[in-house]
Write a new protein. Structure first.
Length: 191
């Protein structure tokens, strides 16, 4: 087993527990199968049991918590876990040195990493939809009579809250909140 195996598991657990300290086994199965669509419901049940067995999740089934600090684990855009790594997980602590490094760095660098992720997402122009962000800002401002500065502030706030959301997605969320017709926006973002 490689470091990639444990890194995949860390990312899955981190994303599943985002904003929550503990989760029941049924909620975690729902997240893995219905919310994230990474596994079928049967596979999600197996994966949660295996993660508990191998020490990745601790506590009773009504209140599971990660066995590591999951707050600072970053996930690249477009990342998708290999189901086999969740169904047959490595044992937690198999790579002790990596675990210790991640735990010690995570406490001191959590806010720095989140800030960098938000900045990186907003500056990332490799996504063609990101190039439409300025036009989308102007469109929202014109349609809702909200100043562009306020739209930028709201977008940044959403990026900080959602951590992994891109600038264009946050702008689309703002447009939806303001009751704008989304069909045009979705069409422009999908081309």
């Amino acid at each position: 087993m490689t470091d990639e195996d444990s890194e995949d598991i860390r990312r899955v657990i981190s994303l599943s527990f985002r904003g929550q300290h503990s989760v029941s086994d049924l909620d975690l199965e729902r997240i893995l199968s219905f919310d994230m669509e990474w596994l079928s419901p049967e596979e999600a049940e197996t994966a949660v049991s295996k993660l508990i067995e191998n020490g990745w999740l601790i506590g009773n089934r009504e209140s599971l918590t990660p066995a590591f600090d999951a707050r600072s684990i970053t996930t690249p855009i477009g990342w998708y876990p290999r189901p086999s790594r969740l169904l047959q997980p490595v044992e937690f602590g198999q790579n002790e040195s990596a675990d210790e490094e991640i735990t010690s760095e995570s406490n001191s660098n959590a806010t720095v990493i989140e800030t960098r992720a938000v900045e990186q997402t907003s500056k990332n122009l490799s996504d063609p939809r990101e190039k439409l962000a300025n036009r989308l800002k102007k469109y929202i401002s014109r349609q809702t009579k909200i100043p562009i500065d306020e739209i930028e502030r709201r977008s940044l706030r959403k990026q900080k809250a959602l951590t992994y959301a891109s600038n264009w997605l946050c702008l689309a969320l703002i447009a939806r909140e303001q009751g704008l017709e989304m069909e045009q926006i979705v069409t422009s973002l999908s081309s």
